[in-house]
Design a protein. Structure first.
Length: 324
């Protein structure tokens, strides 16, 4: 029997399953964590991709997050996940060459191997993983389906038969600005799963009408101090205001943010950087700024700029490189 999943797989929008695991733990639910541990032949998702199936106290399956193949194998995986929920036995599923289910194949011809493991809400390794996620600390999840450990990178050595998944903090995005372009960048960031905050100093008290978008009325320096920055933080300065751009750059460039981008023509960059240079900010810091912000896709409408900015941040994150 193949489990019937929703007709529209919006559950596949989820890439980072830690929020789903945290929600299940808070509800006292048991979860099945499915991890892609091997790929041959260029599959649609990389090794380490995960899905979560969670259930209530009576073990009735009711929530699904993530995807592996875009529809080729998810229903069958769900069957095995729900069986794992019932008996607690881990499973390794193979689809493609060597699979015991030759009628289930990925359209791309790839071979994939997936590990299913049952996680109780009280699982100690799960608690460590979610504590690291909340504190924005990297962690390694090491498991063979029965035994699992989680710790800071390098603190756990994988044993025979175990798989290690490195877990970085979630991508964070801070957008400075108030016009449609800034709002589009922030909206697309939130829709892309980034922890996104729009900063509009002394702006309206009511937040933007965008689900999942945080809002700050503080100054750039105050906002970044409150939000916090690290290697997994991107800052997009899109204010169209010379003084605000300078103020935001002064706060953003010396910060720990891994990406700082500035909206505007390249010829206007120097007048924005001049006060920082005069104040003795090192050139190595000044050259961190991506300006003009975003990939060069040719469009200047709000959504076109937003796509280019989020695309550049993702390229930096996933190793796609910078534009020339």
């Amino acid at each position: 029997m193949r489990t019937s999943l929703p007709d529209w797989p919006v559950f596949g929008f989820v890439d980072d399953v830690r929020p789903a695991l945290d929600a299940a733990r808070r509800k006292g639910r048991t979860s099945i964590l499915a991890t892609l541990v091997a790929v041959e032949g260029g599959g649609p998702r990389p090794v380490g991709t995960q899905m979560v199936f969670s259930a209530s106290h009576d073990e009735t399956p009711d929530e699904v997050f993530g995807y592996f193949s875009g529809g080729c194998v998810e229903s069958d995986i769900a069957d095995h996940a729900y069986a794992c929920l019932a008996d607690g036995e881990p499973r390794r599923l193979v689809y493609g060459e060597g699979s015991p289910w030759p009628d289930i194949r990925l359209l791309c011809g790839a071979r994939i191997e997936i590990l299913l493991e049952r996680l109780e809400a009280s699982d100690p390794a799960l608690a460590i993983l979610l504590e690291a996620w909340a504190a924005r600390r990297p962690a390694d999840w090491v498991t063979d389906g029965r035994r699992r450990e989680c710790a800071a990178p390098g603190e756990v050595t994988a044993w025979e038969g175990a798989f290690t998944r490195h877990c970085d903090p979630a991508q964070k995005l801070v957008v400075f600005g108030s016009d449609p372009t800034a709002l589009a960048i922030a909206t697309l960031g939130a829709q892309s799963g980034f922890e996104t905050t729009l900063v509009r100093g002394k702006g309206p008290e009511s937040p933007p009408p965008v689900p999942g978008l945080a809002y700050s009325r503080q100054s750039p320096a105050e906002a970044l101090a409150t939000i916090g920055t690290d290697d997994w933080t991107a800052i997009a300065i899109a204010s169209h205001n010379l003084e605000l751009d300078r103020e935001a750059l002064a706060a953003a460039l010396p910060s720990a943010a891994g990406y700082v981008g500035l909206l505007g023509a390249r010829r206007r960059l120097e007048e924005r950087l001049a006060p920082l240079r005069a104040a003795g900010v090192p050139e190595a810091v000044l050259t961190r700024v991506h300006a003009p912000i975003g990939l060069d896709i040719g469009g200047k409408a709000p959504w076109a700029v937003a796509v280019s900015v989020i695309g550049e941040i993702m390229a930096e994150r996933f190793g796609g490189g910078r534009k020339s």
